[in-house]
Design a protein around this ligand. Structure first.
Ligand SMILES: Cc1ncc(COP(=O)(O)O)c(C=O)c1O
Length: 345
């Protein structure tokens, strides 16, 4: 029987209708800006987020890194959470490609407060880097998929403006945040100068992220994408999957959040798990298996034998993520498998 794959929401495979849309896509050479399907995806994404322009890029990492380059010069500093993807999970790209320094803060499940950000802004002094960007992540991958309150984001943005700082949003799962946070993509994007959104995380597209900003920055972003080797040719085949994802796979995100909650509640009831189900707001469930006395890799291997795939996500934690390819029956099977490994003392 096929394993239930909860390692990430990136493991989804394009279904027949998405593949049909890809096969039928009108294409051109996108390095000449002549791919009509790429252009359409860019227009649709800019419109969705209420910004002037957008740029299709191969990955969320490239998208984040292009945004940081757009907003900084070498030696500048970026304020972010301690576990922010842009700081911890992009192979030091911010340091290597943009010459940046980071000021990491311990957020509440990855969410920074206005006062924390205020405490990290460097005063004007020859010894300090110039603070230039506040980078927020919503939803927050390492923070149980936690969602920001819009009021806090707006307070941080007001502070940033007072201090001449730019705002960047790592919105790899921006639409998950909107589904759970009760705000629209436009409301969420408004306080930010640059936004990165992924089409391959929970939305079912095989590849692709989009940088969204004002028209002038997006013109500069085209050149940075080229420098990073991200200029693609008949990329409309990929963009068509992104358009399909935005049109068909957004409304259903609440189902993943509902299933994640159910999984969290089941895990919280298992003897060998520590987890507060109230922390689970979206599709990411991080749970502590220290009561087993085993490493995450050992528990992961046991779960594999039971047909459930999860990934180690810290010294004592594993992560399970709900997505498009997991239905209620899969979830029931996963809960049973998890219970066989983690339910007994
Ligand atoms: C919050 C966040 N930002 C950025 C990325 C990077 O995306 P990619 O794997 O497409 O480079 C990820 C990947 O999982 C992510 O979770």
């Amino acid at each position: 029987m096929e394993k239930i794959d909860l390692r990430s929401d990136t493991v989804t495979r394009p279904g027949p209708e998405m593949r049909r849309a890809m096969a039928q896509a009108e294409v051109g050479d996108d390095v000449f800006s002549e791919d009509p399907t790429v252009n359409l995806l860019q227009e649709k994404t800019a419109e969705l987020l209420g910004k002037e322009a957008a740029l299709f890029v191969p990955s969320g990492t490239m998208s984040n890194q292009i945004c940081l380059r757009l907003l900084t010069r070498p030696g500048d500093e970026v304020i972010c959470d301690l576990h922010a993807h842009v700081y911890r999970n992009e192979a030091a790209a911010g340091a290597v490609m943009a010459g940046l320094s980071f000021y990491p803060l311990a957020g509440d499940q990855g969410r920074l407060s206005r006062d924390q950000v205020a405490s990290a802004i460097q005063p004007e002094n020859i010894h300090y880097p110039r603070t230039r960007v506040v980078a927020l992540e919503n939803t927050n991958n390492r923070g149980n998929g936690a969602v920001y309150d819009l009021a806090e984001i707006r307070a941080i943005a007001a502070l940033a403006r007072e201090n001449g700082l730019f705002m960047h949003l790592d919105g790899a799962r921006l639409l998950h945040a909107c589904a759970a946070g009760g705000y629209s993509p436009r409301e969420l994007a408004a306080p930010f100068d640059t936004v990165s959104i992924c089409l391959s995380k929970g939305l079912g597209a095989p590849v692709g992220s989009v940088v969204v900003s004002d028209a002038e920055r997006i013109r500069d972003a085209v050149k940075i994408r080229k420098q990073y080797g991200g200029g693609m040719r008949q990329a409309g085949i990929l963009a068509a999957a992104g358009i399909y994802a935005l049109e068909h796979n957004v409304e259903r995100l609440g189902e993943d959040h509902r299933r994640a909650k159910k999984l969290a509640q089941a895990l919280a009831g298992m003897k060998l798990v520590k987890l507060n189900p109230d922390h689970i707001q979206t599709n990411i469930v991080i749970f502590d298996i220290s009561p087993t006395g085993q490493t995450p890799a050992q528990v992961q291997a046991r779960l594999e034998e039971e047909g459930v795939r999860v990934i180690p996500f810290g010294p004592t934690t594993l992560r399970a993520v709900l997505h498009l390819d997991i239905d209620d029956r899969d979830l029931e099977r996963a809960i049973k498998g998890l219970g066989r490994v983690l339910g007994d003392g």
